[in-house]
Design a protein around this ligand. Structure first.
Ligand SMILES: [Zn+2]
Length: 418
C-alpha cells in the first residue's frame, strides 16, 4: 500500500517529469551537436537503471550518454538523499517502474531549475553516501553514475544534514565517508595533457596530445587489468578540455589519484627523462616555472567547454585543511612512482622530483601529480615515447608505484587508528 503523502508527492513528481520532458526536449535539440566530452550538454539515459540492496547498502547504477557534474546532499523530514545533476534528460527512466529495495521509500525525478536535474531518494532509515562516482568509458565517452548509500546512525545523519545546510564541503566530497584506500579499487584519473586546439609539443610530425592519449589508454588498460583500479580519463579523444573541466572530472570520479601525463619540449633541449611535478607556490627551477606558465596560457586559448556548474564544486574544496592532509600523501605518491620508474630501469631526469605551480594540480584534497613521461625535445625520449614496448614498461612501473603507495597509505591509516 502506498502512503497518501507519498502518492501526493508522486503526483507532483509526475508533473515535474512532464515539465522536464518538455524542457529537456527543447534543450536537447540545441545541444545535440555538442561533443561527447562537453560537460555543459544534457546527458540522456542509455539503458536500464539498476537499484538494488547489497547487504545493508543501497546501490544505484545509472548509464548515461556522457558524464555530468553531480552534487549530493542529505535532507531531513522526511529522510532524503538528493542528487542534483547538470543536467539529465530523465525520459529514459521510469521512476514508478523501479522496484524499491527495503531501505528506500520512494524515488522522484525532476528538474530543479537553473540548469539542474534532481533525483530524490526518500529513505526508510538514515543513510549516507559511500560512493557518488561518475565513471567515464574513455572509448565511447559514455558515463555511468555509481551511487552507494550505507546505513548510519540518526546522529550521524543529522550531522551531515547540518553540514549540508551550512554549505560545508562535506556535501561535495562524500567519498571521504566511504571505505578507506586499499579496501576498494583505487580510483585513478588519468589526464592526457593538451588536446583539440592545443596540440602541446610537436616534433617530427608527432603531437604531445596524441602521444599522451595513446599512453593514457595503454596505462588505463594495464591498471584495469590488475583489478585493483578504477580508471577515468579526462578526455577520450582529441578534444580540448579546459583545466577546470579536467579537475572536475577528477572530482566527479571521486579520484584517489590525479595523474596528468605530458611529454613537453623544452627550448634549451637539455631536459630528458621522466620528471614528476608536485604543486608548489614557487617553482623549483626556472624551467619548471616556464612550463607551468605555458600550460596555463594554453588553456586560455581554447574554449568550448561550458562549465557553469563548476564554481561551487571546485570552490568548495579549496581548503587549507585538505592541503595539509594531502601534501604528505602526494609527496609519498611521487616518491613511490619515481622509485618504481627507477626500479624498472627507465630514464629519469637529473632532478626527477620537482615542484611547480601547475593549475591542473591545484586540487588540494586529491593527491595530484604531473608526470613528464619524457621530453619530446630529447631524441632519446622521443624514440622511447613512440616505442610500444617502452611504453608498456612505463605503464607497468606506474602501476607498481601506485600499488606500493596504496599499500603504504592503507598501513599508515591503520596505524593512526590504533
Ligand atoms: Zn604538456
Amino acid at each position: 500500500m502506498r502512503h497518501p503523502a507519498i502518492a501526493g508527492a508522486f503526483r507532483i513528481a509526475l508533473m515535474a517529469l512532464l515539465l522536464a520532458v518538455l524542457v529537456t526536449t527543447a534543450l536537447i535539440a540545441t545541444t545535440r551537436e555538442a561533443a561527447a566530452q562537453d560537460l555543459g550538454a544534457i546527458a540522456r539515459i542509455t539503458g536500464p537503471a539498476t537499484l538494488r540492496a547489497e547487504g545493508e547498502a543501497l546501490v544505484l547504477d545509472l548509464p548515461l550518454t556522457q558524464p555530468v557534474p553531480v552534487r549530493a546532499r542529505l535532507l531531513d523530514a522526511p529522510l532524503r538523499a538528493v542528487l542534483d545533476f547538470r543536467q539529465i534528460d530523465w525520459t529514459g527512466l521510469d521512476a514508478a517502474a523501479l522496484t524499491l529495495p527495503a531501505p528506500l521509500a520512494a524515488v522522484r525525478l525532476g528538474q530543479a531549475g537553473g540548469g539542474w536535474s534532481r533525483m530524490v531518494l526518500e529513505l526508510a532509515q538514515p543513510m549516507d553516501f559511500a560512493t557518488v562516482a561518475m565513471l567515464t568509458d574513455p572509448a565511447s565517452g559514455a558515463a555511468r553514475l555509481r551511487l552507494r548509500l550505507v546505513p548510519v546512525s540518526a546522529e550521524a545523519f543529522a550531522a551531515r544534514v547540518q553540514a549540508g545546510a551550512d554549505g560545508a564541503p562535506a556535501t561535495l566530497s562524500p567519498l571521504t565517508q566511504g571505505p578507506a584506500l586499499g579496501m576498494r579499487p583505487t580510483v585513478v584519473v588519468l589526464d592526457p595533457g593538451h588536446g583539440g586546439v592545443d596540440p602541446g609539443a610537436e616534433r617530427e610530425g608527432l603531437r604531445e596530445a596524441d602521444l599522451m592519449l595513446t599512453f593514457a589508454r595503454e596505462l588505463a588498460e594495464t591498471l584495469r587489468r590488475s583489478g585493483a583500479f578504477e580508471v577515468v580519463l579526462t578526455r577520450g579523444d582529441d578534444s580540448f578540455v579546459s583545466l577546470e573541466a579536467r579537475i572536475l572530472v577528477a572530482r566527479q570520479a571521486g579520484a584517489d589519484v590525479f595523474l596528468s601525463l605530458h611529454a613537453d619540449a623544452l627550448p634549451d633541449g637539455g631536459a630528458s627523462g621522466a620528471t614528476l611535478y608536485t604543486l608548489a607556490d614557487e617553482a623549483s627551477e626556472a624551467a619548471a616555472a616556464a612550463l607551468a606558465e605555458r600550460h596555463d596560457r594554453a588553456d586560455l586559448l581554447g574554449g568550448g567547454v561550458d562549465l557553469s556548474g563548476a564554481d561551487d564544486v571546485v570552490a568548495g574544496v579549496l581548503m587549507d585543511i585538505a592541503r595539509t592532509e594531502t601534501r604528505p600523501a602526494t609527496d609519498r605518491l611521487a616518491d613511490a612512482l619515481l622509485g618504481a620508474i627507477t626500479a624498472e630501469g627507465l630514464a629519469t631526469h637529473r632532478r626527477p622530483r620537482q615542484e611547480a605551480a601547475f593549475s591542473v594540480l591545484k586540487t588540494p584534497d586529491i593527491p595530484s601529480i604531473l608526470l613528464e613521461v619524457g621530453f619530446m625535445s630529447s631524441p632519446r625520449d622521443l624514440a622511447n615515447l613512440r616505442d610500444p614496448a617502452w611504453r608498456a614498461g612505463m605503464a607497468q612501473a606506474l602501476m607498481n608505484g601506485l600499488l606500493a603507495w596504496v599499500d603504504d597509505e592503507a598501513q599508515r591509516r591503520a596505524m593512526r587508528r590504533h
